[in-house]
Design a protein around this ligand. Sequence first.
Ligand SMILES: [Zn+2]
Length: 300
Amino acid sequence: MEVNESYRSFLEIWHLAMWYLFLAAVAVSVLMVIFYMIKYSGAKSYKEKFDIASVKETKTYLNANYVLAVGIFLLLNTVYDETVVLSPIWFGIRMFVSMCIATLHIYIAYLIFKYYYPGPLQKKLKKLRYAPRINPSTGNAMKLLSESEEDAYLDEGMQAEENAFSVDYDVWIDEETQETHIEKYQGHLTAFECDRCGFQTLRLVKETVIAEPTEIADGEIEKEFECSYCGRIKRKNQTLNKHMDKDAMVAHKAHVDMPDIHAIKIEIHGTNGKTEVFEFQNTDQAKHFLDEFEFDKIRE
Ligand SMILES: [Zn+2]
């Protein structure tokens, strides 16, 4: 009888604690989203909104959902008290089921933000990027120059970045005053920032295996980077993991054969309005992919 009494009072405290922690979790989750929204709507320009949304939006919603999942776990640990009071076994079962449901919430949120949300987000980012700009000093509507027109307004380093596809510049011009406004966006290909000229034009040009990895020891590889703007050459040695499996070794060798390609990203726009982005490590993979590509073949 006494055990039963102390179990009963423990449950009461537990119920209260779970309930308050649930409220705290929901509050944190909601605040995360509210802070993001305040930051986003407080941004003064479309470009600033673009940068905030592209970096923070998915992360914020995902993290808010993780905290919410903790809240769900806590809340579920307060239900069916009249059954749980019968035996501590029910207490354990309730906790286990709560954990399963919370994990399911995390999993679904992850799937949504990893596979579904990038589509709508891309659409939103596109709108922000191409929304007509207004020149703040004259109030005139500005015009976005085409790729061929914009070169005259970009310096050589910027052009080198555009040629490396690492950065994409948009040049907006006020046709009345000839005032220009340049916006910087991420390009389709990645390149490292050169530590001499500061442009994103440092690309991997050569990889030399200094020591092949064996069963017992790590190998070593020398990577040579070259800046396509200022010509700086940078060498960096990296460890080749001894546990690298066969596939990785083969992929690595293919990579060595294609020395000047660091990554390939392909964006495909269908007539059905669908846009898909794919990333590859070498041209063979990318070419092969294009041969194979059909919208219907995309994994849902
Ligand atoms: Zn450079």
